[in-house]
Structures are given as structure tokens and as C-alpha cells.
Write a protein of this length. Structure first.
Length: 481
């Protein structure tokens, strides 16, 4: 028997644990906010540069949505069969054991999640600084100060409870979606189509900028799909609230499917707005795609609106990442006695308060590193991508493992066309793992091959495992549901 569970039984104490308190609308807002970030303002230009035709470009975005939908169906089965605040951590633990799950939780909690929060904080700071310069500090201090400030504010908001965090997420997601629709509306009704004479001149001006025109990049479906799937990434975060969604057996499936369909529709609309305004070559040559579209439609005020929209998008992703990220730390605290403080759940507020606080503090430390090392810090976080895709692949494979190992487990939802759709999802994860490894192996950081970054993160986790295997004298946590 697990030492934590044994301690719980011995004391007869049942500590607070996650309860269903999140509605369908809040769940959709969280998933959409976790997925749609600043990437949609840059990725369409990159995808256009690798696309041989307009039809291929739209086909790639649609294909990315279909692949994401397949993955969402796989996660719908896992999340409804094993609802747990640990999400992927819990799936990996049941399929492969505590050690593999810990390595995932360690990488996620130490670098992947906290690093994402810090990087998104810098995106927020960079764009808000353009509109409202930070009034204090030396020149150049505005973005990191904004980043630190927003991390503190959102950490405090989410420590107040899931209701405060979910309400904040709903409003931020509404603003974000409204902003994307504003781009589409401006392109449709205010900007001259790319075939017009004024648009042709604007496209030529964009092509004359620093970014090379589209025809200098060879068409590559593979590279284009890498950026498409990266832009769609994040819907799997829904698994971390699976124990807290009301009527989870039905609403988890609805939340995942509705979210992916909404995201796909928005991405196709934004891509259409960019193509309608700039054309394929103009998109590929643009350094600031959304800003170019809004400048064509609204002039200088359009650039200000885009800066605010990117800042809101970063804010939405930070809040969503905080909500789901802290639940990984909580799950680890429930399973590893030496981390038991992380496993404390505030039953009154419905939040892993200690894990949320530690996550916020770690993100602040990374903001400090980012301010000190600049792009080197950004590269360090991005170079851990293979670690993420490795565990994402293992989570997909866990569906096969758990079906075979636990055939009697009630499964409120089963992936249709099994095993074809799960195999397709796992194949896409394996391909993204290979692509990210290829990219990382071609990069260096501080004179070392960037592949060592991910190895170092996992190696440090392996070194920590022996220290965690021996429980302290007493424990106070319990397994999350």
C-alpha cells in the first residue's frame, strides 16, 4: 500500500479534495484560453511561407483542427474514465508507475509550466509597454516588471479560489475571442482585398521589409504542420480539471469537442482575414501579421488595438496555465510524502493553494532569469519541447495500456473507431517529437548542443527520485480523486 494512503487510513482523517464546481462554459473558456495565445498572431505567416497554395494553407489549418479533435476524443476517454486533478500525471502513473509520472510532473512543474507562465508574462509586458510604458524603473525594465506584476496578481486571484479564477478566465477568453473576431470584421468590411491596387501596393511594401518573400522558402507540408499543431497545443490541459467539472461524464466530452471546434473556426477565420487583406505572399513576408492587417483596416489605431489584443491573449493563457499547472504540483504532493505540503487542498476555496503559491514563486524566479539572460532564457524553455512531446506521446499510448490492463474499468466515453483514431493521435505526437528533436539538435546554447537542456531536466528529476522514495515520519496528504 502507498505510504500516503496508509497514513490516511491510520489517522482516519479525510482531508479536503477537489469537488465538482466548474460548469461547462467555464471549462470551455479555460481550454480555449489555454490554446489561443500569441502564436495565432505569428504562425499564419510562417504556415503561409511553407504552403504551396492558398488551398494548401487552409487545408493545413483544417487538418490541424482534425488532428486536435482526434486527440481531444482520446483525452475525453481518459478524463472521463480516470477523473483526477493530476490529469496527464495521473494517466502516466496508472499506466507506467510513479517514477515515470514523477519525471513528467517534475519537468512540467519546474520548467514547462512555470517557464510558459514567465514567457507569457514577458509577451504581456512587451506589448503592454508599447501602449502604456511602465512608470517606474530604468529603461528596458518595463516588460519584466509588468511580467512580475501580472504573475503576482493572477496568483493571488487564483488563490482566492476556483470561482475567482474561472470567472476571470471567462471574461478574459470573451475579450480574446472578441478581439479575434474584430480582426476578421475589420478585414472583411474595412480593408481592401489583396487583389485591389492599394492592397497590392501594401503587399509590396510588406514584402520589401526584413522578412523574405514567400517564394524564398520551399513548400513544406511537414514544417507547416509543426507550426499549425504548436498553435493548436494546449487542449489537453482540460484533463487537469476533470475532477472538478460538474457532470463530468458528459461535460468533459462536450468541453473538449466544443473547444476544439471553436478554436478551429477562429483560426480559419483569422487566416482568412490575413489572406483576404495581404494575400499569400504578403502573409508570408509579414513580420507582424495581425498588425499589418489592422493597419490596413484602421490605420495607426489598429496597431494599438493589436498590441492590446496580444497582451489580453497572453493574459488569458497565463491565467489558464496557472489554474491547470498548480494541479500537477498538487497531484505530486498527494503521491510523494516528502512533497506533501504541495498536496494540500483548500476545500473552502476549491484550489491547491500551496501549489499555486509555489508555482507563482517559481515563475517569478524565472522572470528574474529572463530579465538577466534575455533570449537565452527563452531558448532554454523552448528547448524543453521534446520533453513535452515525449510525455504527450506516452499519455496517448496510456490509452492502449489502460484498456488492456483495466478492461473492467467503467468508461463513460470510448474513442470511436478504436484503435485507428488513437493510433493517428500517437503518430502525430511521435512526429512532433521527432520534429522538435531535429530542431533542438540543430541549436546551441552557451556553446552546448541544445538537446542537453531536456536531458538535464530529466536527469535532475532522476537524481531527486531516491530522495523522495523514503517517506518522512508523518504525512498529511492523500491521493486526489
Amino acid at each position: 500500500m502507498d505510504p500516503v494512503e496508509a497514513a490516511r487510513i491510520a489517522t482516519g482523517i479525510e482531508p479536503p479534495r477537489p469537488r465538482p464546481s466548474i460548469g461547462l462554459r467555464a471549462a470551455v473558456a479555460l481550454i480555449v484560453g489555454a490554446v489561443i495565445g500569441a502564436g495565432i498572431f505569428k504562425a499564419p505567416a510562417i504556415v503561409a511561407s511553407f504552403s504551396p497554395s492558398v488551398e494548401a494553407m487552409f487545408g493545413l489549418w483544417l487538418l490541424g483542427g482534425l488532428v486536435s479533435l482526434v486527440g481531444a476524443l482520446c483525452y475525453a476517454e481518459l478524463a472521463t474514465s480516470y477523473p483526477n486533478a493530476g490529469g496527464d500525471y495521473h494517466f502516466l502513473q496508472r499506466a507506467y508507475g510513479r517514477s515515470v509520472a514523477f519525471l513528467f510532473g517534475w519537468a512540467r512543474f519546474s520548467v514547462i509550466t512555470t517557464g510558459s507562465i514567465a514567457l507569457l508574462g514577458f509577451v504581456f509586458g512587451d506589448y503592454l509597454q508599447q501602449v502604456l510604458p511602465f512608470p517606474l524603473g530604468p529603461p528596458g525594465a518595463g516588460p519584466p516588471l509588468y511580467a512580475a506584476a501580472i504573475i503576482v496578481v493572477l496568483t493571488l486571484v487564483n488563490m482566492r479560489g476556483i470561482r475567482a479564477g474561472a470567472n476571470t478566465q471567462s471574461w478574459l477568453t470573451l475579450l480574446e475571442v472578441g478581439g479575434l473576431l474584430l480582426i476578421v470584421g475589420a478585414a472583411a468590411f474595412l480593408a481592401e482585398p489583396a487583389s485591389g491596387p492599394a492592397a497590392s501596393a501594401a503587399t509590396a511594401a510588406v514584402a520589401a521589409a526584413d522578412t523574405p518573400p514567400a517564394n524564398t522558402a520551399p513548400a513544406s507540408w511537414g514544417m507547416a504542420m509543426v507550426f499549425v499543431l504548436l498553435t493548436y497545443g494546449g487542449w489537453n490541459e482540460a484533463a487537469y480539471i476533470s475532477a472538478e467539472v460538474r457532470d463530468g461524464r458528459r461535460n468533459m466530452v462536450k468541453a473538449l469537442v466544443l473547444s476544439v471546434l471553436l478554436i478551429t473556426s477562429l483560426y480559419l477565420l483569422v487566416t482568412w482575414a490575413c489572406w483576404h487583406t495581404l494575400g499569400l505572399e504578403g502573409m508570408a513576408a509579414s513580420d507582424a501579421l495581425a498588425a499589418d492587417v489592422m493597419r490596413r483596416a484602421l490605420g495607426q489605431p489598429g496597431e494599438v488595438l493589436i498590441a492590446l489584443l496580444v497582451a489580453v491573449s497572453a493574459l488569458t493563457s497565463i491565467n489558464a496555465t496557472m489554474i491547470v499547472g498548480a494541479r500537477t504540483g498538487y497531484a505530486m504532493g498527494c503521491d510523494w510524502p516528502r512533497l506533501r505540503r504541495l498536496g494540500r487542498w483548500d476545500g473552502e476555496r476549491g484550489t491547491p493553494a500551496v501549489a499555486m503559491l509555489v508555482q507563482g514563486a517559481a515563475a517569478l524566479l524565472l522572470v528574474g532569469l529572463g530579465a538577466a539572460f534575455g533570449s537565452g532564457f527563452k531558448a532554454m524553455v523552448e528547448f524543453t519541447a521534446p520533453v513535452f512531446w515525449l510525455f504527450f506521446l506516452l499519455a496517448g499510448l496510456s490509452l492502449f495500456v489502460l484498456r488492456r490492463r483495466e478492461p473492467e474499468r467503467p468508461r463513460p466515453f470510448k474513442v470511436p473507431l478504436f484503435p485507428l483514431l488513437p493510433l493517428l493521435f500517437c503518430a502525430s505526437c511521435a512526429w512532433m517529437l521527432w520534429s522538435s528533436l531535429s530542431y533542438v539538435f540543430s541549436q546551441t546554447l552557451g556553446g552546448l548542443n541544445a538537446a542537453w537542456i531536456g536531458v538535464a531536466v530529466l536527469a535532475l528529476g532522476v537524481l531527486l527520485l531516491p530522495l523522495l522514495r523514503h517517506p518522512p515520519a508523518s504525512t498529511g496528504a492523500t491521493h486526489p480523486p
